[in-house]
Design a protein around this ligand. Structure first.
Ligand code: C2E
Ligand code: CA
Ligand code: CA
Length: 442
């Protein structure tokens, strides 16, 4: 990667990753900036990266494994950057990529590649991590020196982090205040606007996806999945839930989905159909003191029995030891709501902690299912999780089952129930009513 115009001394390399160190980076940036001016190149782009939640990874896995993660991520960076430019480790979990002759569009392209490469799952022993990075990007101009350019990228990284991580931000396009006074990037502002409009004008809806028992094909539950339609544009949950969480709107959305889901339970009951509806609960809801009030309000307004409303809570939330979360979880159990651990296997907790979780159902994350039957590692992990959960007396739902082969493998493994496009897609209420009627008539 090193070309002749730059010859750092050996002390300018980082011993763990083999990348340039901080000093080597400063020297490389100076040389490249000079070359940019001399040869009238397009700007020099500085990407300053930081691994999100690295402290958590380090604390839970130990420093040795943490070093392994850093080395692997450095390796990914080298591949993702296509060996263009220079890579440096600035200490800790901070990296810099320098790319000369790079305009904004090219830089954006590189940033997307970096985000994608860094967010691939990473296996450490029996654990699967889902790393992510934040990136601050600065493009050189002829008014500043190398140190100032690097500093600008570093400061932009701080803004990218404040946006919640897993994203890149260009210097000068910094964050703005949204309707509710939260810092948002420009794209997020649009989503926030859409969410407000949807809340005000009935643009929110729930789609329901059937989950079927392996043993006899009977209906185990339907999962309620939120949809946001604003002026003809459909925003997928992966886009609007993070913004809703960041702005606090998720509390209102969560109350709305609890109530709407509970009303559907009642409607089905009135129609002599006893069907459990699973509703996703977010971190913000579970850390809110008024969560139990919202739950009781949903029961009171809908007349639905708690035992038919299953609450899906992610693994990492269960592990949250804060008083308020634990109090809310206890309240949920006392009120008689069944609990399921959602997206199991994607958090940072260890398998042994399963025995301490007060849920009777585990949902095995789609990440383990997607590459079945071809990936033996995914197979081994999925099997271990299914068996352990069954041994602990829990039921296991496999998520994201798309093919007949996956269905067969998971049935054989002993999964209790299956959810996925292979069996049924999420559908609007009316379509689910038809789907249920069709099954009854069989
Ligand atoms: P999730 O809780 O893991 O929900 C399952 C997601 O997997 C849904 O995506 C569903 O459409 C998708 N899915 C189901 N079967 C398959 C399959 O066979 N293949 C593939 N590729 N995907 C499948 P969706 O509806 O886009 O929701 C995404 C996420 O957004 C959900 O993941 C959940 O975390 C969140 N979400 C959705 N609705 C709500 C809600 O009302 N409240 C909260 N807090 N989060 C929600
Ligand atoms: Ca879920
Ligand atoms: Ca899930």
């Amino acid at each position: 990667m090193l070309t002749s115009y730059l010859e750092p001394s050996p002390s300018q390399f980082d011993s763990l990753t083999g990348l340039l160190d901080r000093e080597g980076c400063a020297r490389a940036a100076e040389t490249m900036l000079a070359k940019t001016a001399q040869e009238h190149l397009r700007p020099l782009a500085v990407f300053w990266l930081n691994i999100d939640r690295f402290k958590q990874i380090n604390d839970s896995l130990g420093h040795l494994a943490g070093d392994g993660v850093l080395a692997e991520l450095a390796h990914r960076l080298a591949i993702a950057s296509g060996n263009q430019g220079y890579l440096a480790r600035m200490g800790g979990d901070e990296f810099v990529l320098l790319v000369s002759d790079c305009n904004r569009a090219a830089a954006e392209h590189i940033a997307r590649d970096l985000l994608a490469a860094m967010s691939q799952p990473l296996d450490v022993g029996t654990m699967r991590l889902y790393p992510s990075v934040s990136i601050g990007i600065a493009l050189s101009n002829d008014r500043e020196n190398a140190r100032e350019l690097l500093e600008r990228a570093d400061q932009t990284l701080v803004h990218a982090k404040r946006l919640g991580g897993a994203q890149y931000l260009f210097a000068g396009e910094d964050v703005q205040l949204g309707r509710l006074g939260k810092l948002l990037a420009r794209e997020e502002l649009e989503v926030e606007e859409a969410l407000h409009k949807a809340l005000e004008s009935g643009g929110l809806s729930l789609h329901y996806q059937p989950i079927l028992q392996v043993a006899d094909g009977s209906l185990e539950a339907v999962e309620a999945l939120m949809r946001c339609n604003c002026e003809g544009t459909m925003y997928p949950p992966d886009r609007f839930i993070p913004v809703a969480e960041k702005t606090g709107l998720i509390i209102r959305l969560g109350e709305w989905s609890l109530l709407t889901g509970a009303r559907y339970v009642s409607k089905l009951l009135a129609d002599k159909q006893r069907i459990k509806v699973a509703i996703n609960v977010s971190r913000a809801q579970l850390t809110a003191p008024k969560f139990t009030q919202a739950l009781y309000a949903a029961l009171a307004c809908s007349n639905a029995p708690a035992e038919l409303i299953e609450l899906e809570i992610t693994e990492s939330l269960f592990m949250d030891s804060s008083d308020i979360v634990q109090r809310n979880i206890r309240a949920v159990l006392e009120a008689g709501f069944p609990l399921a651990i959602d997206d199991f296997g994607t958090g940072y907790s260890c398998l042994a902690s399963l025995k301490d979780l007060p849920a009777r159902k585990l949902k095995l994350d789609r990440a383990f299912i997607t590459d079945l039957p071809h990936n033996p590692r995914s197979f081994a992990i999925a099997k271990a999780i299914v068996h352990l959960a069954l041994d602990l007396g829990m039921s296991v739902v496999a998520e994201g089952v798309e093919t007949i082969e996956q269905h067969a493998i998971l049935s054989e493994m002993g999964a209790t129930a299956i959810q996925g496009f292979y069996l049924a897609r999420p559908m609007p209420e009316r379509q689910l009513d038809e789907w249920l009627a069709m099954r009854r008539s069989r």
